[in-house]
Write a protein that binds this ligand. Sequence first.
Ligand code: PLP
Length: 394
Amino acid sequence: MLSKKISNITPSYTIGISTKITELKKQGIDIINLSIGEPDFFTPKKAKEEGIKAIHDNKTKYDAASGLKNLKKVIQEKLEMENNISYDLDEIVISSGAKHAITNTLIAFLDPGDEVIIPKPYWVSYSEMVKLLDGVPIFVDTDRQNDFKITASDLEKTISPKTKLLFITNPSNPTGAVYQKKELMSIVDICYENNVHIIADEIYEKICYTNNFVSIASLSEKAKEITITINGLSKSAAMTGWRIGYSACKKEIATAIATIQGHLVSHPSTISQWAAYGALTLCKNEMEEMVKIYKNRRDKVILELSKVSNLSFIKPQGAFYIFIDISKLKNKIQYKNSFSIEFSNKLLDKYKVAVVPGIAFGMDDYIRISYACNINDVIEGINRLNKFIEDLNS
Ligand SMILES: Cc1ncc(COP(=O)(O)O)c(C=O)c1O
């Protein structure tokens, strides 16, 4: 009954874990949840008010497929002022989350058998989205010494005549690594020479603790020509449930994206788009405040984690995750298919701490924890992780 390709799709690990945690919590079990992929903050008040106002003002009819003009204008200004990239309004499309903006882009590019390069570790949904659209994900190993960032030489070895796209997640989920300008420039050169377009997933742009974040499309005219910039409000303005993201790219691609979107969903909810307008125009301070809090937590968490034996990690420069190497414990646990799933299940079942197994990101020797939650919970979670490791070693 169902298509062959659906049997080849893995359900989202992160959503699966959330469902399990909700079940356990319903049973009254106290779980420290470090698997969370969304801000623990509420949407800023003025953004919510703008959404409520849209309802009262009856801004609830169909609108343009590519998104509300007012919101596109503030996104255009943001890209110009903050990222130094000039896009025309018809080069910006607002979608239902960054996820949807990425899906639209993949539909616009992929014919069956086209290849998409995905550096490891990767965000869970990329490979499944590519497969759903009959593309072929090509995974590339990256070097831990280079904070798991893909290099121009890795790329050169991987590009084939079938390569259409490359994913760059900057800052990265799950590692928090941030690319330097010169690294991105050499990636752009290789992609341009080989006619490969870059999906620049910059959803964590604002949650960045260094001042060296560079938006790929801002690097040069060449970079802008081959880059589809993806961003949104989910992480930066704590608006995950509102589902607003966007893509910005050259007109030919943007027109294709708007056409696809028009047929599939018409456009994202107008109410959410007005709330996003409120966030971008009125909530800068609240957004900056959240980043300060994340940074503070990041510093505390890495201090605590560094006291735990047998673990190692790279210091995240952005996002709100830490990708932890647990390979030293591999011989302490019996597992069938996946070490990181077995490790995470034991941690959840016995010590009541939820984390995401690294296999979800293509690397089975790791787990990912999130600090998008109360700092005391994270510290308690790390204490329990420490106890688990002590017990394994005893
Ligand atoms: C790297 C990355 N890209 C995209 C998304 C999706 O964001 P949105 O909620 O805007 O669809 C996420 C969400 O976790 C993410 O981590």
